[in-house]
Design a protein around this ligand. Structure first.
Ligand code: GLY
Length: 374
């Protein structure tokens, strides 16, 4: 293993002070979640990875759950933010049990699972063998690509599925695995198709488009996790900001930068929440808030500001970080079983994970802190 990390500790300290973020509180909560995860693992369960906190209990999921990698990712980001060996060891401890996901080809979420864990491990610590896991995972993800559609199929059919060849905007996030592990052309092709076909005239993005099995004809547009087909699911808009910015980082293709800027400008124009944390869907302004959407978009804006400065992106990311550091959102030590942020919404139409902590909200919050310090 070689260390490839250059710590930005001084700037992180300054940033945290300016934004009112208490890293000590964050670390104390993370230690608590780590202890809970270890205790849970000792029971012999295969549901090892913390996802949310409901009715006083941490909910754990198995390694094929789309959220499985975020806990390891959180630990890697704590290593990045603090430089402490404690977090390096913990990050490896919770990354390596995910290794069998390198062959996971039945869902596009292999990207989320491996990039957040092994991807961050490679980026921050250059651990031997991690690139091979990412390469296999990229192969598994690329096996879902249809040249005829120019798209990766997001989900396989399940019993009650109305879809034939569904593609969801979240899939933009999974492309980073391809970009990191030698399959950039496939990622570019998918992102170009999404850029052409998945956006409304006003610049916002749909959640789910379904295509015909053998032809790139759109069979239907679905609300998915949004309020309605014509609404704008907040986290989906965030995935688009983040995903197209990330694609620009790897490809330097101006099409992706334009889309990221368009999406970010849409967000700034439509987010009327006085504290920066949007409702779960822009079409439900008084509905439950979604801190995860705020954290995802903040991470995207923090990066986009480097490519397209002076458009207010950094200021918005800083505003969100400060809001999320306030008592209204940041859990006091032990308040949420070790999760960091309150008030996220997972899947409102399904009545699932409403106004709860979510591991990916914590992940993107920490990633935003790390990005703002660069
Ligand atoms: N569909 C994944 C998400 O909730 O963002």
């Amino acid at each position: 293993m070689k260390r490839v990390l250059v710590f930005a500790s001084a700037s992180i300290a300054l940033l945290c002070t300016a934004a009112g973020v208490e890293l000590q509180n964050i670390e104390a909560n993370a230690r608590m979640l780590l202890a809970a995860a270890r205790e849970n693992a000792a029971s012999g369960t295969t549901n090892l990875f913390p996802r949310t906190f409901v009715e006083g209990k941490v909910v754990f999921v198995d390694r094929e759950d789309r959220c499985a990698g975020f806990f390891a990712g959180e630990l890697w980001l704590l290593y990045e933010l603090t430089g402490k060996d404690e977090w390096l060891a913990a990050a490896r401890e919770w990354t390596e049990p995910l290794e069998p996901a390198r062959n996971l080809s039945r869902t596009h979420d292999v990207g989320f699972i491996l990039q957040t864990s092994f991807g961050n491990g490679l980026r921050l610590a250059g651990v031997d063998g991690y690139f091979d896991v990412l390469k296999d995972g990229a192969k598994a993800l690329a096996s879902r690509y249809s040249p005829r559609h120019g798209l990766i199929k997001s989900w396989d059919k399940w019993d009650t599925s109305p879809y034939t060849f569904p593609v969801i905007v979240d899939n933009m996030m999974n492309l980073e695995l391809l970009c990191m592990a030698g399959a950039l052309p496939t990622a570019v092709a998918h992102a170009k198709s999404v850029d052409r076909r998945h956006f409304r005239a006003d610049g916002s993005v749909y959640h789910v488009l379904d295509y015909a099995a053998d032809e790139p004809d759109i069979r239907g547009i679905y609300a998915g996790q949004g309020k309605s087909v014509d609404g704008a699911w907040a986290r989906g808009q965030g995935w688009a900001v983040y995903g197209f910015t990330m694609m620009y980082r790897y490809s330097h293709d101006g099409v992706f930068l334009s889309r990221a800027v368009g999406m970010a400008d849409w967000w700034l124009a439509h987010n009327r929440a006085s504290d920066g944390v949007p409702p779960w869907d822009f079409a439900d302004p008084f509905g439950p808030r979604d801190a995860s959407a705020a954290a995802v978009v903040a991470a995207g804006l923090a990066e986009l500001d480097h490519y397209s400065p002076n458009r207010g992106y950094r200021a918005e990311a800083e505003r969100i970080v400060s809001t999320l550091a306030s008592d209204a959102y940041l859990a006091k030590e032990g308040e949420c079983g070790g999760f960091l942020l309150k008030h996220s919404t997972g899947n409102a139409p399904a009545g699932h994970e409403i106004d709860v902590p979510l591991i990916y909200a914590d992940y993107y919050y920490l990633e935003t802190l790390a990005r703002l310090a660069k």
